[in-house]
Design a binder for this molecule. Sequence first.
Ligand code: ATP
Length: 250
Amino acid sequence: MTSLTQGYDGRRIIEDLDLSIQTGVTGLLGPNGAGKTTLFRTLATIAPPWSGLLELFGEPVSNERQARRARRSIGYLPQDFGYYPAFSITDFVRYCAWLREVPSRKAESLTREALGAVGLADRAQDHMKSLSGGMLRRAGIAAAIVGSPDLLLLDEPTVGLDPAQRLDFRELIRSLARAGTAVVLSTHLVEDVGAACDTVLVLNDGQVRHSGTPQQLAELAAPTAPGDNPLERGYMTVLGGQWSNEGDAL
Ligand SMILES: Nc1ncnc2c1ncn2[C@@H]1O[C@H](COP(=O)(O)OP(=O)(O)OP(=O)(O)O)[C@@H](O)[C@H]1O
């Protein structure tokens, strides 16, 4: 994206942002209200930018026809995703596959594959309304990865996952990235970034304040107290030691 501006109700959240998403796994860190979800909604072509150029897969996206074509190659897990409570997990993932225009002859096997990848194969007929928070999140991840999109956007995908599931999740996104999917995930958990990401972007006030490897972010850390995570310290260094701009800690 080049010089991209985006916001709500006349208020600019992202302003003149230049950003290029690389292959591999990109982690997006930033305090509450930094604009991470707004950036995802823009990349997912849900909210057209106010100005600037959005390019996806080497093509400009400036009208609905181009956006629809791009959406076929994008998997998006919103922070709070909607679903019909009476759907089974299979119905839900298949429905998301249909929305992405995954060819119907492949939808069944790709749905099975996606459910297997998140460990829900044996719960495939459970109703969405009966799922625990972690299982619901895994169903959402399955819906985002079905059909192996070229660009995978995951907004806080590890919320609600237990430690074993988080390890499985990291392995899953690494394997998707190895197979060619560009993965972008937002998180407040720096361990996820350190363990799974090739690149880390720190966003604040709608601007990228730092871009580099997790190692490079950790190297920015000021002297740490025993037990401190260097990535967290590096992150705080980038933000100038401030707390979240909306009053919440990282
Ligand atoms: N639908 C909306 N209408 C108006 N303002 C909004 C809307 N969605 C977000 N905002 C505002 O835009 C700013 C950026 O929000 P956004 O959700 O993109 O941040 P975020 O980095 O994802 O935050 P968090 O870490 O808390 O999820 C915030 O000030 C928020 O209040």
